[in-house]
Design a protein around this ligand. Structure first.
Ligand code: BES
Ligand code: ZN
Length: 875
């Protein structure tokens, strides 16, 4: 509760349809120096779906200075309306009418980056979820769909480009003759009704990369990608990705683009990754710009998937949108599933799946098991911004994936066809989505729907017996309590499995000779039996067929069989992870030596290395240890310093024991010149991993090798990779390399982000002082979310042994950063605040120190940050 007052909670159970509909919206946005005037003319109609016939019209607005208000052309006297607490109530309005408001806003002062704001000399908007109310008075909710016509006016010299949603229909010079020389305007018309969160506007002086796409039905679509002039050479990859995404959505989902023009604008200051505004996507520069000299391979892949994701929203989100924000996963979970499948089709499916699962398990699982746990479809929230979470996105995508798995590709496609057709132009719910799946497949998915409403990560326990030629697998499920949800019901859990013979070959499971099957666990416990000639090694949860924790008492031989032979990429990787976790546990809990543990694993790892050439990217995944955060999550109480000592010792042992292999890989994977394809990326990935083990082991001559790699790098992947290894291991030349790097890249913001991140990632308590010093670096900016994430986010979310330094300095720095940030950008502050979610898992002294630091921040915190802190502090 904020300042002792009752929290402002919105509940799903209280949903009511809107009282008034807005079939048409005319906006006139007049951008001046220091302020902007917005004239909004709304056509309003009482909603027939509301039989209580509300008499008053209530609109949302924040930070608006109301200059005038008129109804059907007549100015309204102050007695006819009231403005209070972000609401404008107009009393006793007719059935149908036109309301015109004129407001004054100050985009130049907007550091929250919601609504209309300025970034590097351009104006842009971000309206999802509730930013439109910072532009004008409007029913700011996703179930009010309106047809927008927007006129943007600005000075032509500084803002030659004026964009909004839809198609440009008119433009001209302003003819005021009042000294406002050189102003122009452009009018845009969006023929598709949309909720206001999809509204967008841009005014600036930008460079443009143009191309076209011809849709399956033969329509030509103009593709315009915009960035600052200096970044024009970094737009090619996004353009290629966009065209691939457009073709993929036609082929896989039968979805064509629907306007004559599709535009993307790159913006430096952006809270999120990117935004799917109708026909005018706005992107964080980090998610659209790419060039081999400045962008890592991982970032190239990210650009491809984010461009696709936002494009896919044109159908899953825009044409069919959400009824209310509780249904957020309807568009986000589905669209993440779509972008994951796109990435799988464009790249190596096995590698993409492991990366997606690894992300889910390392980030969403902890969220679902901690104080911030909530269902895919939450039941209540204070600030919706805080619910753009890994649960809504990543678990939501898994929930869609399970439906895909249950129905099969063909029926799933028929169900999505039905969904898009039936609900086109409407605002709907997650239930509506599942209903389409049910209707097409004839299955009853009522039990399945619990995945949307029940929070927490289910634990599936597997036990097996092999008696007289019959293999019996008993699966049981249990979901631990989460905040506000003590009792859990069984879920419908698809478990894909194969059973391997001692040589790792899959056994036939039935008379048809199938070697893979999906069993559905729906009750608390169920047993599945298979007649088999030998006792098998079970390959369970193949492809990670459900977002659950699988407990099975694998012995080491079984894990080695899976790692060496399983045809399922996820299960191979999972076997490696289990081997690593158990080795690390023995070091942490039993005080065994890292060298000893390494010797046990050595044959298995050598096997992986021997086969590395088959798929270097996959080998790199198999040879990468779990993060210290992931290791820490398996031990209670959480003691980050101890985890770091064990993980570091193990990695050093691994570096030393396989020294020759790493050297051979580092040498043989070197490419004569830069290539951008997947094969070259895979090789770079494994090569950089090999170098990192050599760096950790401080192998002979490695500092020189790394300095050379850094100096002669063919691309940013090698350059920043080598720099990171030098810096994190404190190798010779590290500081010089840092200086050279900053000198070389000082004008490239996205590269400088990486420079900050590399330093914040160095394990150990000394990093706190370094981060503190970097907070005063001339290039550090609190108003630039990418920079804050690079420095503070890396420390808090990626470097537990520094963040939780024994002297509490990391916690104090965190608190200080939260306070500073909260005054500038509450959304970013709240997101960063999530980094404290492990508070109750920490060793007691650390937990106390973090609690003390946060309690101080809680006083005077914004509503966004207060909600997060209250959950974490258990208020
Ligand atoms: N609709 C969101 C962007 C958004 C979220 C804007 C919350 C405002 C508030 C967009 O489609 C999205 O999901 N973007 C992701 C990246 C995506 C690839 C998962 C993001 O911004 O991180
Ligand atoms: Zn999205």
């Amino acid at each position: 509760m904020r300042d002792g007052s009752p929290a402002n909670v919105t509940r799903l159970a209280d949903y009511l349809p809107p009282a008034y509909l807005v079939p048409r919206t005319h906006l006139d946005v007049d951008i001046r120096d220091g302020h902007t005037l917005v004239t909004a003319t709304l056509t309003l109609e009482r909603n027939p779906a509301r039989d209580d016939r509300p008499e008053d019209l209530v609109l949302d607005g924040e930070h608006l200075e109301l200059l005038s208000l008129s109804l059907d052309g007549a100015a309204l006297p102050a007695s006819r309306y009231r403005e209070a607490d972000g609401r404008l109530t107009v009393f006793s309005v007719p059935e149908r009418f036109e309301l015109t408001s004129v407001v004054r806003i100050e985009p130049e002062k907007n550091t929250a980056l919601e609504g209309l704001y300025r970034s590097n000399g351009m104006y842009c908007t971000q309206c999802e979820a509730e930013g439109f109310r910072r532009i004008t008075w409007f029913p700011d909710r996703p179930d009010v769909l309106s047809r927008f016509t927007t006129t943007v006016r600005a000075d032509r010299e500084h803002y030659p480009l004026l964009l909004s949603n839809g198609n440009p229909v008119a433009s001209g010079e302003e003819s005021e003759g009042d000294g406002q020389g050189g102003r122009h305007w452009v009018t845009w018309e969006d023929p598709f009704p949309k909720p206001c969160y999809l509204f967008a506007l841009v005014a600036g002086d930008l460079a443009c990369l143009k191309d076209t796409f011809t849709t399956a039905s033969g329509r030509q679509v103009a593709l315009h990608l915009y960035a600052e002039h200096r970044d024009l050479d970094k737009l090619d990859h996004a353009m290629v990705s966009l065209k691939k995404a457009m073709a993929w959505d036609e082929r896989v989902y039968g979805r064509e683009y629907d306007l004559d023009i599709f535009q993307i604008v790159a913006v430096s200051h952006f809270n999120m990754g990117a935004m799917e505004n109708k026909g005018l996507n706005i992107f964080n520069t980090a998610c659209v710009l790419a060039h081999p000299a400045t962008t890592t391979d991982a970032a190239f892949e990210r650009v491809e998937s984010v461009v696709a994701h936002e494009y896919f929203h044109n159908w899953s989100g825009n044409r069919v949108t959400c009824r209310d924000w509780f249904q957020l996963s309807l568009k986000e979970g589905f669209t993440v599933f779509r972008d994951q499948e796109f990435s799988s089709d464009m790249n190596s499916r096995a590698v993409v799946r492991v990366e997606n699962v690894n992300f889910l398990v390392n980030h969403q699982f902890p969220e679902d098991q901690g104080p911030l746990a909530h269902p895919v479809r939450p039941a209540q929230y204070q600030k919706i911004d805080n619910f753009y979470t890994l649960t809504v996105y990543e678990k939501g995508a898994e929930v869609v994936r399970m439906q895909h798995e249950l129905l099969g590709a063909e029926d799933f496609r028929r169900a999505t066809d039905l969904y898009f057709e039936r609900f086109d132009g409407q605002a709907v719910t997650c239930d509506d989505f599942v209903t389409c799946m049910e209707e097409v497949s004839g299955r009853d998915l009522s039990g399945f729907k619990r995945w949307y409403s029940q929070a927490g990560t289910p634990i599936v326990r597997a036990e097996d017996t092999y008696v007289d030629g019959l293999y019996s697998l008993t699966l049981s499920q249990h979901t631990p309590a989460t905040p506000g949800q003590a009792d859990k019901q069984p879920l419908m859990i698809p478990v894909k499995l194969a059973l391997l013979d001692p040589r790792g070959k899959p056994l036939a499971l039935n008379d048809q000779g199938d070697t893979e099957t999906v069993v559905i666990l729906e009750r608390a416990t169920q047993t599945f039996s298979f007649p088999l000639p030998v006792k098998p090694t079970p390959s369970l949860l193949r492809g990670f067929s459900a977002p659950v924790i699988l407990r099975y008492d694998f012995d080491e031989t079984q894990l080695q069989t899976l790692l060496a032979h399983d045809s399922d990429g996820f299960c191979r990787w999972d076997a490696a992870q289990r081997l690593y976790f158990s080795a690390l546990s023995r070091i942490i809990e039993q005080g065994e030596s890292a060298e000893q543990q390494l010797e046990r694993l050595r044959p298995a790892l050598e096997g992986v290395i021997r086969r590395a050439a088959e798929d270097p990217a996959q080998a790199a995944l198999l040879l990468t240890l779990p993060t210290e955060t992931a290791i820490g999550d398996r031990h209670a109480p959480l003691d980050p310093a101890r985890v770091h000592r064990a993980a570091h010792a193990f990695k050093v042992a691994l570096g030393r024991a396989l020294d020759e292999d790493w050297r051979r890989l580092a040498e043989s994977l070197r490419e004569p010149e830069y290539r951008a394809d997947g094969d070259a990326m895979g090789k770079r990935r494994l090569r950089m991993l090999a170098l990192s083990y050599l760096g950790l082991a401080k192998a002979d001559g490695i500092a020189d090798d790394l300095q050379r790699t850094f100096r002669d790098a063919s691309c940013m992947t090698e350059e920043i990779g080598a720099l990171g290894i030098l810096v994190s291991n404190g190798l010779d030349g590290a500081e010089t390399a840092l200086e050279q790097f900053a000198e070389r890249w000082r004008d490239e913001a996205l590269v400088m982000d990486q420079w900050f991140a590399v330093q914040a990632a160095v394990p150990g308590p000394a990093t706190v002082a370094r981060v503190k010093a970097l907070m005063s670096h001339p290039d550090f900016e609190w108003t630039l979310p990418n920079r804050v994430r690079a420095l503070i986010g890396t420390l808090v979310n990626g470097n537990p042994s520094a963040f939780h330094a024994e002297d509490g300095s990391g916690h104090r720095l965190f608190a200080e950063a939260l306070k500073t940030l909260d005054a500038i950008n509450p959304q970013i502050a709240a997101r960063l605040g999530n980094g404290a979610a492990r508070l109750d898992r920490l060793r007691e002294d650390l937990s106390t120190s973090l609690r003390t630091a946060l309690s101080e921040v809680r006083e005077g915190a914004s509503a966004n940050l207060a909600e997060v802190l209250d959950r974490i502090l258990g208020a």
